[in-house]
Ligand binder design. Structure first.
Ligand code: ATP
Ligand code: FE
Length: 337
């Protein structure tokens, strides 16, 4: 079974080919146009997708070494994401499905982030989590704890009531004058800084839900007040600010994850989404895994950020269940798992 996956939910145009769960190619074209605006501009994103989609798919097929006639089905991201961006991938997938006479499979982007853990690579060790497992999904738009019972059976047991963890990284980075997206820059600078130098507010939210908007506001006001006293405050303290911010975000994330593991009795723990690339989060997870005897599985960097391989692998599992959709399918900006 050969699946062509298409991802266009935000600012990356991506196409991938997966055969029987094994990755053959994964092409990601990141859009540079947004950098100067300090965030993704939806109108520019859909335009860039429109320009990129054909060459990206052609390249993915070429690199996979297959002929397009060998594709069994085309899987695309239906949502969540930016509507104009999603429309490009959806329309392309529909066209491909019609032209090649193959079934169409819709994929939830978040489910894709989770199932990225099941991408096999030729000649590489394959170490997927065992069901049931908990997945801490931390990305630019989401922060969730998901109880995964099977490939296509997932339940969100905790999620952010406002901002996502990635948003907290990016927005705080922006006020420090770091380039967009700020998460990786904070990560890098944090390595040189003291995580205990500054203390920022932590939410008191019941249950397994998250909140990051209070921390963001607290960070913003703190900088504003300090800058009044010393206009070089940010430059002089950048590493410590980044380290302390990152430390707080990780403490918040781990707090609820530990609670979820305890409440569900599940010790198989995984992480997904762009923020899982964060080195501080990775070491905190490793530390906690030792302490609480978790079996921790951390995905490879290249499949944590948005990519079509995760869409193709989800498409593969949906293909096995013959979960196809018709040409009347439409994308959704907001969708639950
Ligand atoms: P969603 O999947 O929720 O729709 P998204 O697809 O935009 O959102 P991803 O591509 O999964 O999100 O992740 C992007 C986010 O990951 C950005 O907020 C970015 O700053 C963050 N990020 C990437 N690398 C790191 C890092 N090393 N440390 C912290 N954050 C990081
Ligand atoms: Fe994503």
């Amino acid at each position: 079974i050969t699946i062509l996956g298409i991802e266009s939910s935000c600012d990356d145009t991506s196409a991938a080919v997966i055969r029987d769960g094994v990755i053959l190619s994964n092409v990601v074209a990141s859009q540079k146009v947004h950098e100067e605006y300090g965030g993704v501009v939806p109108e520019l994103a859909s335009r860039a997708h429109q320009q990129n989609i054909i060459p990206v798919v052609e390249l993915a097929i070429k690199r996979s070494g297959i002929d397009r006639s060998e594709v069994s089905a085309v899987a695309f991201t239906r949502g969540p994401g930016l509507l104009g961006s999603l429309l490009v991938g959806t329309s392309f997938a529909k066209g491909f499905s019609l032209a090649m006479n193959v079934p169409l499979i819709e994929v939830n982007h978040l489910q894709g982030h989770v199932l990225a853990l099941f991408i096999k690579e030729n000649g590489m060790e394959f170490n997927p989590p065992k069901f049931p497992f908990l997945c801490l999904l931390v990305s630019g738009g989401n922060s969730q704890i998901i109880l995964v019972r099977d490939y296509l059976d997932m339940e969100v047991i905790g999620q952010t009531i406002d901002d996502a963890a990635g948003e907290a990284f990016d927005k705080c980075a922006k006020v420090m004058g770091l380039p967009y997206p700020g998460g990786p820059h904070v990560d890098k600078l944090a390595k040189e800084g003291n995580p205990l130098r500054f203390e920022f507010s932590r939410p008191r939210i019941p249950g397994l839900d998250y909140s990051f908007s209070g921390l963001k506001t607290n960070f913003l006001y703190f900088l504003r007040d300090e800058l009044k006293k010393n206009e070089h405050f940010v430059e002089e303290n950048k590493a410590d600010l980044c380290a302390s911010l990152q430390y707080t975000i990780i403490e918040i994330l781990l707090g609820k994850l530990k609670k979820a593991a305890k409440e569900t009795g599940v010790r198989e723990i995984t992480v997904a989404g762009g923020v899982s690339a964060n080195s501080g989060l990775r070491s905190a997870l490793v530390e906690n895994a030792k302490k609480h005897r978790w079996n921790l599985i951390i995905p490879k960097f290249e499949y944590t950020m948005d990519n079509a391989a995760m869409i193709a692998i989800t498409g593969y599992y949906k293909f096995l269940k013959q979960e196809f959709v018709g040409q009347n399918t439409v994308p959704f900006a907001r969708t639950q798992l």
